[in-house]
Design a protein around this ligand. Structure first.
Ligand code: NAP
Length: 303
């Protein structure tokens, strides 16, 4: 039986794995597709202490994975299902096999929030995207529009401005949420134009995106903005579908944790973007992972 099963291989899960193996536990990390989580979609990470060369998220994720594996972390790839966190031991099915663990760390991260407007579903993959790093190159020398005013939106706009002829940023207020360093850089970039107090009402186009219907929230005016690509960056939604009926969640849908990353269920911990964290950064996800692993190992040892 495992001492600690970690579900999710982003920065929180990989750091939890590193700490748990270094702490001498029998540990395995279960990742759906590939390690790294949301950071693999990030083109430059400038605020992880000690790494000032601004690696892309994919490269940083690879370093995290190599580091944890070098200390003996076992990582298995595939789907987790039938998770039972209420019993003792904890059980779930992984690639058709039942896994038992004394403790579980939930590190399933978050996925991009959708807008829920007409045309969004139909045109996703045909001009509408949630990942500028993945799809930005399709819009080289063309026009792209980013929706949102947070760190993701503004770093996406800066990235796209290097590739595209013109970038629009559509934001629902007249002030950005993004950190000052990103906001200042975007405002100084000649080919970035802001559409303030504006919200998208519909994505336009038959088989591919041709534009966005935008409403000005102050004047009520509607306009159709022609654009080749739309990048939706309006925040994230915690990924709790595997266990939302078992673990206590906060109002915003994230997992409620205490300062040891413990959930309401004994032996179950949560770390990173899936939990009710005040700051979703790589460094805070890593810190969560370290704390969760420390207390999961402690809990496993008294069982
Ligand atoms: P975020 O900080 O939650 O920002 C979401 C943005 O989308 C906000 O500007 C919000 O507007 C807007 N928005 C939300 N719902 C909307 C809707 N239905 N329609 C239109 N606009 C909507 O999300 P994020 O930018 O993805 O960042 C998530 C976390 O990752 C944050 O903690 C962020 O700091 C972190 N992150 C950091 C970096 C970095 O370089 N350090 C890079 C990426 C992400 P309001 O401002 O009006 O609420």
């Amino acid at each position: 039986m495992l001492d600690v099963a970690i579900i999710g291989g982003g920065p929180a899960g990989l750091t939890a794995g590193l700490y748990a193996v270094r702490g001498g536990g029998n540990v395995c990390l279960y990742e759906e597709m590939f390690a790294g989580g949301q950071i693999v979609k990030t083109h430059r990470i400038d605020n992880f202490p000690g790494i000032s060369d601004g690696p892309d998220g994919y490269a940083l994720a690879a370093r995290f994975e190599e580091h944890a594996a070098a200390f003996g972390l076992k990582i298995e790839y595939g789907a987790v299902s039938e998770l039972d966190l209420t019993g003792d031991p904890k059980r779930f099915v992984f690639n058709g096999k039942t896994i038992e663990a004394k403790t579980v760390i939930l590190a399933t991260g978050a996925s991009p929030r959708t807008l829920g407007i007409p045309g969004e579903k139909e045109l996703t993959g045909h001009g509408v995207s949630y990942c500028a790093t993945c799809d930005g190159a399709f819009y080289k020398n063309r026009t792209a529009t980013v929706i949102g005013g947070g760190d993701t939106a503004i770093s996406d706009a800066l990235y796209l401005a290097k590739l595209c002829k013109q970038v629009y940023v559509v934001h629902r207020r007249d002030e950005l949420r993004a950190s000052a360093i990103l906001a200042d850089a975007a405002k100084k970039t000649a080919n970035i134009t802001f559409l303030w107090n504006s919200v998208p009402e519909a994505f336009l186009g038959e088989k591919k995106l041709s534009g966005i219907r935008i409403k000005n929230r102050v004047t009520g005016e509607l306009c159709d903005l022609p654009t080749d690509g739309a990048f939706v960056a309006v925040g994230v939604v915690p990924r709790t579908e595997l266990f939302s009926d078992q673990v206590a969640l906060a109002e915003n849908g994230s997992v409620l944790t205490g300062e040891h990353m413990e959930t309401n269920l004994p032996g179950v911990f949560a770390a990173g973007d899936v939990r009710n964290t005040p700051l979703r950064q790589v460094v805070t996800a890593c810190a969560d992972g370290a704390i969760a692993a420390t207390y999961a190992l402690e809990a496993a040892r008294v069982k």
